[in-house]
Design a protein around this ligand. Structure first.
Ligand SMILES: *[C@@H]1O[C@H](CO)[C@@H](O)[C@H](O)[C@H]1NC(C)=O
Ligand SMILES: *[C@@H]1O[C@H](CO)[C@@H](O)[C@H](O)[C@H]1NC(C)=O
Ligand SMILES: *[C@@H]1O[C@H](CO)[C@@H](O)[C@H](O)[C@H]1NC(C)=O
Ligand SMILES: *[C@@H]1O[C@H](CO)[C@@H](O)[C@H](O)[C@H]1NC(C)=O
Ligand SMILES: *[C@@H]1O[C@H](CO)[C@@H](O)[C@H](O)[C@H]1NC(C)=O
Ligand SMILES: *[C@@H]1O[C@H](CO)[C@@H](O)[C@H](O)[C@H]1NC(C)=O
Ligand SMILES: *[C@@H]1O[C@H](CO)[C@@H](O)[C@H](O)[C@H]1NC(C)=O
Ligand SMILES: *[C@@H]1O[C@H](CO)[C@@H](O)[C@H](O)[C@H]1NC(C)=O
Ligand SMILES: *[C@@H]1O[C@H](CO)[C@@H](O)[C@H](O)[C@H]1NC(C)=O
Ligand SMILES: *[C@@H]1O[C@H](CO)[C@@H](O)[C@H](O)[C@H]1NC(C)=O
Ligand SMILES: *[C@@H]1O[C@H](CO)[C@@H](O)[C@H](O)[C@H]1NC(C)=O
Length: 684
């Protein structure tokens, strides 16, 4: 065997290896790999900067080593150094003159170290780098004072990363000297207050404040900022300064995962394109603006900071018509809020809106006529609301030239405007799951076009590719329901008792995913579906796998969970294993003594989802894991009989033989006993 030959060889190499290893770790022999002017010395257990690298070196990668102190003389040999990376190396201190020769150093990456220990001396070192542009100090346990000491006089810095430190409170002195700063990452600190902290950073373009504890952003006036990320804080208020006439450059504002009560009070003029507000408690308060009902409702908010400075910020709290400049908004993500209506004109103001996500809110109606969506609308998600009504006139719908994705699932719709989907020329994906809207029968579809209909006529919507009709209480699908469609995805699961008839045959050429879970379909002919890649037949009380499935030549995913399968005949398993990638089989009462298929799937590397939870029953109705089926003996009804039939003649044969043998070797005993019994002398 080759393995046996290798073992002595390994033993031979081992001493050589142990001799070589320390030698290669010695700084004299370079432990680094060189690639042009870059030295890769990461993860080499180094405790100091290696010597002996080319003097023209421009980039030095020293991550994952054990360099506690960067000593004064350690970089003298590399005066051309432009980039130094020392992440995760336990670095505590930069000696004050370490960069004395590094006139060209621009980028210094020191994340995940312990610079909190030697921050004072390190700050002296940093000040001597005349061209420092990039500084990564993330994950260094720095508090407010340490950070401001380290950043003093770094006037050329353009990129600064302070993510994952211990900053709590920033003020106007924190970044005072960073006049060139463009990109600042302050995420994952414990900040709860910022007071004019960025007033001196007029070039700041990107600011990340995600994962802090900020309770509000008021008086926002950073007109030059392009991207502001304040996600995952505790922000209740976002109020931009309203008296500025300049156009804010802001393009992306992420306020998701906060506690916003109001739609943010945005700048009067802005370029805002992407507005992320998901996971807040935003709603609109039109009724509070009614002076008659709420005469004393205030319109100013007072904010106090830690130094007890009061700032009165007045915002038209209850006036729905003021939402700042949203005219450039393209993406509005309002998922997981409490919006129950859109204020008048709100949607219409967003003339470039392309994606509107309002899933999981409290909308009761959607009126396409009054909302006046822009023709650029591409995705509309109103899933999981309380919609009872969708209203639209023809004009409003034909305007929606670009609408491609429309999700209305999980609402309370019972009817829809007649021709809603057929009026959308580019519609590709419709999700109407978990509403009670039927599929029209041919005679219903033709009844002189009523304005509302409790059914949808899907036929001949040429652009449609994906249709989701889960849990719509569908009872039967008319034979002509999907004529003229080129669907790739059809989801009909959770419609128990559904009668499918021949309606699906016309989709044979295009359908790639078919969901028929929990429909109780039986005897469906799958042969026409030659493009089908994924088929869901879970929860259908199937006793056998329909044999026509074997004719699908490209099937990759098959869900057969929660049926009544007791086995998969080996012929079927062999065929399925040719193309299947994933199969779902849990929840079937498999027979432990017929688990050949399990081995077939195992050896063909078919992924059996939840493999350890596939169970089977033995002869005594004890449940085992199918995985362990080799461990117990099987006596099935039939084979027990065979065993008995086989054993009985064998036993009889042996009994016979032993009697014959016995008699042959002990004939006298026989004679004696015969004599005893029958040849007794009789006494007369
Ligand atoms: C920072 O720069 C200012 C002005 O250039 C200078 O007066 C001051 O001494 C410097 N501070 C330190 C600590 O180097
Ligand atoms: C800042 O550092 C953190 C942690 O090292 C990293 O995840 C993040 O991407 C960095 N930020 C930027 C803007 O590069
Ligand atoms: C904001 O920051 C969080 C955390 O770093 C990130 O997950 C999210 O994608 C960012 N948002 C944007 C719009 O980039
Ligand atoms: C903004 O413009 C208005 C009217 O044009 C003017 O009254 C106001 O003073 C301007 N505000 C600023 C801060 O320039
Ligand atoms: C309510 O009263 C304020 C003045 O107290 C007025 O400015 C505002 O327009 C009124 N709002 C409505 C909806 O009447
Ligand atoms: C509103 O304020 C007036 C005067 O300040 C007061 O008399 C009245 O009771 C208040 N109304 C309500 C509903 O609080
Ligand atoms: C803020 O407004 C309130 C009520 O309008 C007023 O009493 C208070 O003096 C104002 N505070 C400041 C600092 O302007
Ligand atoms: C829908 O909007 C149109 C136009 O604003 C309006 O005429 C119609 O009454 C609205 N429908 C409902 C039910 O509110
Ligand atoms: C629809 O989309 C196309 C391509 O994405 C775009 O060129 C066109 O301007 C859009 N139509 C409208 C009305 O925005
Ligand atoms: C529609 O929205 C629901 C709930 O938000 C989601 O689970 C589903 O995947 C969406 N449908 C499509 C086709 O994206
Ligand atoms: C198959 O359909 C059932 C019932 O709707 C669903 O729970 C299951 O997740 C689906 N299977 C796959 C693989 O998507």
């Amino acid at each position: 065997m080759p393995a046996r030959g290798l073992t002595p060889l390994l033993f031979c190499l081992l001493p050589v290896w142990t001799i070589l290893t320390p030698a290669s770790g010695h700084p004299q022999h370079s432990p680094c790999s060189l690639e042009q002017q870059t030295a890769h010395c990461s993860n080499r257990k180094l405790s100091s900067v290696p010597v002996g690298l080319p003097g023209s070196l421009e980039e030095l990668q020293l991550n994952y080593n054990h360099i506690k102190t960067l000593q004064d003389d350690s970089l003298l040999l590399y005066p051309s150094l432009n980039t130094l990376s020392l992440a995760c190396s336990g670095l505590e201190k930069l000696e004050s003159n370490v960069f004395q020769a590094s006139r060209l150093l621009e980028s210094l990456n020191l994340p995940n170290n312990n610079l909190n220990i030697g921050y004072q001396e390190s700050s002296l070192a940093l000040r001597k780098v005349p061209r420092l542009q990039v500084l990564d100090l993330s994950g260094n346990k720095l508090n407010d004072e340490m950070a401001s000491t380290l950043l003093e006089n770094l006037t050329s810095l353009e990129y600064l990363n302070l993510s994952g430190n211990l900053l709590m409170r920033l003020d106007e002195t924190s970044f005072r000297d960073l006049h060139q700063l463009k990109d600042l990452d302050l995420s994952r600190n414990i900040m709860f207050e910022m007071d004019g902290a960025f007033d001196g950073n007029l070039k700041l373009r990107r600011l990340n404040l995600a994962f802090n504890y900020l309770p509000c952003l008021i008086d926002f006036h950073m007109t030059q900022l392009l991207v502001l990320n304040v996600s995952h804080n505790a922000v209740e208020w976002f109020i931009a300064r309203q008296d500025l006439n300049e156009t804010f450059q802001l393009e992306t504002l992420d306020l998701s995962h906060n506690k916003l009560l109001f739609f943010p009070f945005l700048p009067k003029r802005s370029n805002l394109q992407n507005l992320y507000l998901s996971h807040n408690i935003v709603r609109f308060y039109e009724h509070f603006a009614d002076n008659a009902t709420f005469p004393n409702s205030s319109s100013t908010v007072e904010f106090y900071n830690l130094k007890k400075h009061v700032s009165n910020v007045s915002a038209q709290l209850w006036d729905d018509s003021l939402h700042g400049d949203i005219s450039a908004v393209e993406i509005l993500d309002l998922r997981y809020n409490q919006v129950d209506y859109f204020p008048r004109g709100f949607i219409g103001k967003m003339s470039s809106l392309s994606r509107l996500h309002v899933g999981t809110n409290c909308l009761k109606t959607l009126n396409f006529t009054s909302e006046r969506f822009s023709g650029s609308l591409y995705e509309l998600d109103i899933s999981n609301n309380r919609l009872k009504q969708v209203l639209a006139d023809d004009g409003a719908l034909t305007n929606l030239d670009n609408l491609t994705y429309f999700n209305l699932s999980l609402n309370s719709l019972k009817e829809l405007p007649y021709g809603l989907f057929s009026s959308l020329p580019k519609i590709q994906s419709v999700d109407l799951s978990y509403n009670s809207v039927n599929i029209c029968r041919p005679e219903e579809a033709k009844v002189g076009a009523p304005s509302f209909s409790a059914c949808v006529d899907w036929s001949n919507i040429m652009s449609l590719r994906q249709l989701y009709l889960k849990g719509c209480n569908l009872e039967s699908i008319p034979a002509s329901a999907f004529t003229g469609l080129s669907l790739t995805h059809l989801e009909l699961s959770d419609n128990p008792g559904l009668v499918v008839q021949d309606s699906l045959q016309s989709l044979g050429g295009t359908l790639q995913h078919l969901g028929l879970g929990n429909t109780q379909v039986k005897d469906l002919e799958f042969s026409p579906f030659q493009s089908l890649r994924s088929l869901n037949l879970s929860r259908n009380s199937l006793l056998h796998i329909p044999s026509s499935i074997l004719n699908i030549e490209v099937l990759e995913v098959l869900d057969l969970r929660d049926n009544e399968l007791s086995t998969i005949p080996s012929g079927q398993a062999d065929t399925l294993a040719l193309t299947l990638q994933t199969v779902f089989l849990t929840g079937n009462p498999f027979d432990c003594c017929q688990t050949e298929w399990f081995k077939t799937f195992q050896t063909s590397a078919v992924n059996m989802a939840g493999q350890a939870e596939i169970l089977c029953e033995d002869l005594f109705h004890t449940t085992h894991r199918a995985l362990d089926s080799h461990r117990f003996l099987c006596f099935e009804g039939e084979s027990v009989l065979w065993y008995i039939l086989l054993l009985v003649p064998v036993c009889l044969f042996f009994v016979g033989v032993s009697i014959v043998v016995f008699l042959t070797f002990k004939p006298r005993m026989l004679q004696k006993s015969i004599k005893k019994k029958y040849l007794k002398p009789t006494s007369y």
